[in-house]
Design a protein around this ligand. Structure first.
Ligand code: ATP
Length: 213
């Protein structure tokens, strides 16, 4: 029932595994900001009856679809890990659909700005052109490893293998307009999120004025 205009500013938020993206986006949500989660979108597209399922079946065959009608994630993970062409084909199916859904969610978002939460923002394509700013949630690699080992009951080597498949900390920081340091306690994160929220509100306001002048 809101008559608010659609958002005038888009922020891309990223960070390595376990850096604290969800922790941070939860705090932005408390300010009423709409978070558009590209992982959740990809998951929905490849769930039973998901929009991407017919193209995945057509491209990769029945083996790519599990009994419940969802994409067979384990099978696909294995395939794209060893076959870069298959990885490209899967991306060609998913990326336009993710993009379309992002646009739809943005158009109906009733907050002054939106945040796209994109774990592989630095690794994947053209996000730089689609957002006005990139915010990176950052902590040391040791802290990432400790958090993910604890949360997912994984061994250090398993976490390190996932991290090797992602951009490096330096690559992410090089892409950042804004850095949220999540090395220590949550209160420090909150202080940074509160300050960034005020800045983004100001930028959204300026963008709205510029669009109308
Ligand atoms: P993923 O990349 O796996 O989706 P993420 O970047 O979204 O992870 P979170 O899930 O927010 O990261 O955080 C990873 C884990 O670390 C969680 O268990 C979370 O509760 C914990 N955590 C995050 N920030 C802090 C912090 N400042 N202090 C202590 N624990 C934290």
């Amino acid at each position: 029932m809101s008559s608010s205009p659609s958002p005038s500013l888009a922020i891309g938020l990223t960070g390595g595994i376990g850096s604290g993206k969800t922790t941070v986006t939860d705090q932005f949500k408390e300010h009423g900001i709409v978070i558009i989660d590209t992982d959740a979108i990809a998951h929905a597209l490849t769930a039973p009856s998901g929009q991407a399922i017919p193209a995945i079946r057509q491209t990769f065959g029945d083996a790519a679809i599990a009994e419940n009608g969802a994409m067979n994630r384990a099978w696909m993970r294995e395939l794209v890990f060893t076959d870069s062409n298959a990885k490209k084909q899967l991306e060609q199916i998913l990326h336009p659909l993710i993009r379309q859904e992002c646009e739809q969610q943005t158009a109906t978002a009733n907050s002054p700005y939106v945040i796209f939460a994109v774990p592989l923002l630095v690794e994947s394509g053209n996000w730089r052109q689609r957002v006005q700013r990139i915010a990176v949630v950052d902590c040391s690699e040791e802290t990432q490893i400790a958090r993910v080992m604890k949360r997912n009951q994984l061994r250090r080597e398993q976490v390190e293998a996932i991290m090797r498949a992602q951009a490096t900390r330096a690559q992410r920081l090089a892409a950042a307009d804004d850095i949220i340091d999540n090395e220590t306690d949550l209160e420090r994160v909150r202080t940074q999120v509160d300050a960034l929220h005020l800045r983004y509100l100001q930028l959204a306001h300026e963008a709205r004025i510029a669009a109308h002048s």
